[in-house]
Structure formats: structure tokens, C-alpha cells
Write a protein that binds this ligand. Sequence first.
Ligand SMILES: NC(=O)C1=CN([C@@H]2O[C@H](COP(=O)(O)OP(=O)(O)OC[C@H]3O[C@@H](n4cnc5c(N)ncnc54)[C@H](O)[C@@H]3O)[C@@H](O)[C@H]2O)[C@@H](O)CC1
Ligand SMILES: Nc1ncnc2c1ncn2[C@@H]1O[C@H](COP(=O)(O)OP(=O)(O)O)[C@@H](O)[C@H]1O
Length: 278
Amino acid sequence: MIETNDPAIWRNFLPWPGAETHKHARGRLGVVSGRAHQTGAARLAARAGLRIGAGVVRIYCPPDAVAVIAPAIEAVMLTPFASAEALAREVEEMDAVVVGPAAGLDEATVANIQALASSGAALVIDADGLSVFKGRSAELFALLDRDDVLTPHEGEFERLFPGLLHRGRVAAAAEAAERAQAVVVLKGAETVIAAPDGRLRINRNGSPWLATAGTGDVLSGMIGGLMAQRMDSFDAACAAVWIHADAADRFGPGLIAEDLSETSPVSLRALWMAVRQG
Ligand SMILES: NC(=O)C1=CN([C@@H]2O[C@H](COP(=O)(O)OP(=O)(O)OC[C@H]3O[C@@H](n4cnc5c(N)ncnc54)[C@H](O)[C@@H]3O)[C@@H](O)[C@H]2O)[C@@H](O)CC1
Ligand SMILES: Nc1ncnc2c1ncn2[C@@H]1O[C@H](COP(=O)(O)OP(=O)(O)O)[C@@H](O)[C@H]1O
């Protein structure tokens, strides 16, 4: 019997600010943007990370993207980087970093992930950050720590683990976490979350309203936002997957990815009240 991803399991581990908290202590999240014509995904992830409680969120972007992103953000901050080495230096202060959404399927993305892996930040790798390693997944796995998180949909999963889905989604996710030695979030109507130590949960509050562009980018930001606040990566992934779906369900018809960050505080408040009531 696979454990259902029930909030009662991780609710008490959710991070809340205390009287002595300041924004840097609360947790710092970095999000790597793609080039000038591919910046929306990073902005979606960054806003989601801020909404879920990271105290500081900074987008790192190629220099050509500054003029596009700067007018489209407020609380989220922005730093350009001109090379993978520069990115590695800039993210030194970050607790967690999201990389991959609309990053581009090219060697620059590979180099950026290699550079990020040498930083102290825990990584959430999504979208192009996964697809770019098609046919060379061992290179990606060699870079990962056990607290890093991969967030593939089935198409991306097949690129990294060809043929594995034939075993069924649950067995496939568990084997993938073992091979990657990282947390794997296999997205879908019932998202499966697997850790390299064998922990395994299946999420059953999935919402079909999530079947719209950019919702995966939001999820990566939510996971990264909780990891930046030092929540265990597996629990952070489980909590974010549940909150993401709960927020979608609360919004319902007409949902677009942008709405998730605006609705997630309602989900968070319900969890916060449940924790306070013991
Ligand atoms: N606002 C934005 O800037 C957005 C940017 N996005 C970025 O755009 C880039 C390309 O996105 P694409 O949607 O083309 O790339 P995908 O890898 O999602 O899709 C490419 C192909 O993969 C397969 N596929 C997709 N989802 C699948 C699923 N759930 N199960 C099985 N197969 C599936 C389909 O054959 C699809 O044509 C990515 O970097 C992505 O992060 C998207 O996240 C959408 C929003
Ligand atoms: N029918 C569905 N039921 C429940 N959740 C869904 C459904 N379709 C998509 N989702 C969720 O929506 C998100 C889509 O992510 P992804 O495919 O990466 O999209 P994008 O790349 O556009 O951001 C995932 O969290 C996935 O679990």
C-alpha cells in the first residue's frame, strides 16, 4: 500500500516566520531565467517561491533578458549573469535554486546546471534542465545531491529514464530516485514523489484545472520556496504538490498558471490554522 500524500504527514514541518525572523533568515531562493524571449516561466516560478514564504527571491538572467524582466517584477529581484562561472558566484548566497523552466535546450543550460551543482544551494531541476540531458542522463545524475529535486512530467521522465514507465508510475518513480540519487517528482493527475532513501508518496488531490501551460513552472517555484526555508526536500516536494493542487481546485474554472500564486495563500492559511489548532 503506497502512502497517500496527506497534509497530516508534513503539515507540522511547514516553515512559518517567528518574531525574530528576517527575510534573509527566512530563506533565499534563486531562479534561473532563459533568454529574453523565454522569461515568463522563471517569473512564474519566482513569484510562487515568494508566495510560499521564501524571504528573498532573485531571478538570475542572461544579460539580454534584463530589459524584459525588470519591468515585470516587483518584490522579486534580478541579477544578470554572463557565464556559468559568474552564475555560480552569484548564487553563493542562495539556499535553493530552481533551474530549467524555459532555460533553453543548449549547452549553456548544461553548463549552468554544472556550475549550480558546485554551489551550496539545493537544486530543483525542471523542464529544459531535464530534457537537455536526453541520452546523457548519467551526466546529470553525477551532479546531483540527495536533497536535489527533479520534477519531470511523463515526457521529460521518458527522456531521462527511457522505458522505465512500463513498470508503472509508482515503481518507475521509485527506481528513478534510486538511479538519480535525488528526489523525483513524477508529475501527472496523480503525482508520485520518491526519495532515494525509499520514501514514496502518491498525491491524490490532483486537479485537472492544472492542465494549462506554466503550472509546472509554478510547482518548481513552490518546491524551491519551501526548500529555501530549509524544509526537507522530500517533504517540501510533497507539501508543494498538495498545495499547488489545492490552490488550483479552490480557483477552479478559468485557472491559468498566474492564478496559482495568488490563490496559494488561501491554502496556506488553512494549513496554518490547522497547525495552530493542533
Ligand atoms: N510561460 C512560459 O514561459 C512557459 C514556458 N514553458 C517552457 O517552454 C519550454 C518548452 O515547453 P514544451 O511544453 O514545448 O516542452 P515539453 O517537454 O513539455 O513538451 C514537448 C513534448 O513533450 C511531450 N509531453 C509534454 N507533456 C507531456 C506529458 N505530460 N506527458 C507526456 N508527454 C508530454 C509532448 O509530446 C510535447 O509535444 C520548456 O522550457 C518550458 O519550461 C512552459 O513551461 C509553458 C509556459
Ligand atoms: N489532468 C491533470 N490532473 C491533475 N494535475 C494535472 C493534470 N494535468 C496536469 N497536471 C499538473 O499540472 C502540472 C503541469 O506541469 P508541466 O507539464 O511541467 O507544465 P508546464 O511545462 O506547462 O509548466 C503538473 O504539476 C501536473 O501534475
